[in-house]
Design a protein around this ligand. Structure first.
Ligand code: NAI
Length: 377
């Protein structure tokens, strides 16, 4: 692991997710931007001292020559460091699990995607919400035609935690997220809009063609957007609307997706992730619950406990990790990754997300909210 040290947020979730299905051991890391803090964190996590590295370059150099070298690295650092770290590991022949957004510029995202292709290494991006069983069920229902032709895709990701200037009050996570050099050009749209955009495309199966955006910065002095409204035109004429907000008071983690087709609609809400609501034309809303035997394979294999025992965020993240493990094994041994390997967020999904953010910011900043075609769909 690179990053994810003491006081960090997402690294701990990665460690849970890696352990749950027993596909990974954490054996080496450069856990912190501060080498001493990193070593101290490593020792409390029982990492051998000679595999606790002062920085990621030392880790690449130290690991590449070992007989028992790591198979894959998880990159859990702020956005601006993803590119150099992922590049160094890919070039040294390691597989990579990278946080989103994959990079802070489209040029870097193209380069990283190309590098994964030319080196033949695995590069997965942790779009968490595509790990939920009921999200897979929704995707399968759309693909099966239960909704008919998709007309409208509404996705929203409102959060409240940055409703005030906490970046100036010592909040580590908010500090780098509001610094364009570390976060990239898109504030809320880069941080959580990328999740929403991926989820909408993942479930609807539609490619986005163009965006028109209105960004706002409500907290005084903040350098990046903390609220974004984006209209999306999808292939085949479907229309989308995406709202990302870091200032939506009362919304803890309000990611919600609604897909409307000619024959029915689906609603999925991240805070009630074990349920999916389907409504057929002129029908009553029906709640479909996780864990039932009549769900599709994609939902059933990503489920660990019987119906009524809630599963959530950690299990969804585990599903990504276990999918990545299946994909890496397939590459190494030829054994099929099977259903677990299907729909994994890839380097191309990472590139699409970065290109989406860039087009959204350009639409707002350079075209007065006008329509811009997406380069990668
Ligand atoms: P954080 O600020 O809590 O943690 C960052 C960690 O990286 C710290 O331990 C820091 O010391 C370390 N670090 C920074 N530069 C480093 C370097 N050059 N080498 C080694 N370690 C370094 O940040 P947070 O919130 O955990 O976010 C990290 C990444 O995860 C971001 O890209 C963010 O967008 C993404 N994220 C993804 C989520 C998801 O659902 N997939 C949720 C939250 C964050």
């Amino acid at each position: 692991m690179v990053g994810g040290g003491e006081g960090a947020y997402i690294g701990g979730i990665h460690r849970f997710a890696a352990r749950l299905d027993n596909h990974y051991d954490l054996v080496a890391g450069a856990f912190d931007v501060d080498a001493e803090r990193g070593h101290s964190f490593a020792s409390t996590n029982f990492i051998d001292r000679d595999r606790s590295y002062g920085d990621y370059l030392a880790m690449v150099a130290g690991e590449r020559t070992r007989d028992d070298r790591i198979d894959v690295v998880a990159i859990c650092t702020p956005n601006h460091t993803h590119f150099p770290i992922a590049k160094a590991f890919l070039e040294a022949g390691f597989d990579v699990i990278c946080e989103k957004p994959m990079t802070t510029t489209v040029e870097d995202a193209i380069a990283l995607h190309d590098l994964a292709q030319t080196t033949g290494r695995f590069l997965g991006v942790t779009y968490t919400y595509s790990g939920y069983p009921m999200v897979h069920e929704a995707r399968a229902m759309v693909a099966r035609g239960d909704l008919g032709k998709v007309r409208v895709v509404q996705v929203e990701y409102p959060l409240e935690w940055m409703a005030t200037g906490i970046e100036l009050q010592g909040n580590q996570q908010a500090a780098w997220r509001t610094d364009p050099k570390k976060n990239g050009r898109g504030g809320s749209i880069g941080d959580i809009g990328t999740h929403a955009y991926h989820l909408a495309g993942f479930v609807s199966g539609l490619k986005a063609e163009a965006v028109a955006a209105d960004l706002a910065t409500f907290v005084e002095g903040r350098a990046l957007d903390d609220n974004a409204h984006v209209m999306i035109r999808y292939e085949g004429g479907a229309r989308g609307l995406l709202w990302s907000s870091q200032v939506a008071i009362g919304q803890s983690n309000g990611l919600r997706l609604r897909v409307f087709g000619e024959k029915g609609s689906l609603v999925w809400h991240q805070e009630q992730p074990n349920e999916l609501v389907f409504t057929g034309l002129f029908g009553a809303p029906a709640t479909i619950k996780r864990g039932r035997d009549d769900l599709t394979d994609g939902a059933r294999i990503r489920t660990r406990t019987p119906p009524g025992h809630p599963e959530g965020y950690i299990e969804a993240f585990t599903n990504l990790y276990s999918g990545f493990a299946a994909a890496i094994r397939e590459k190494e041994s030829g054994a099929s990754a099977g259903t677990f390997g299907e729909g994994l967020p890839s380097s191309y999904d990472g590139l699409k997300g970065v290109a989406f953010v860039d087009a959204v910011v350009d639409s707002h900043e350079k075209h007065n909210g006008g329509w811009l075609s997406l380069q990668f769909a």
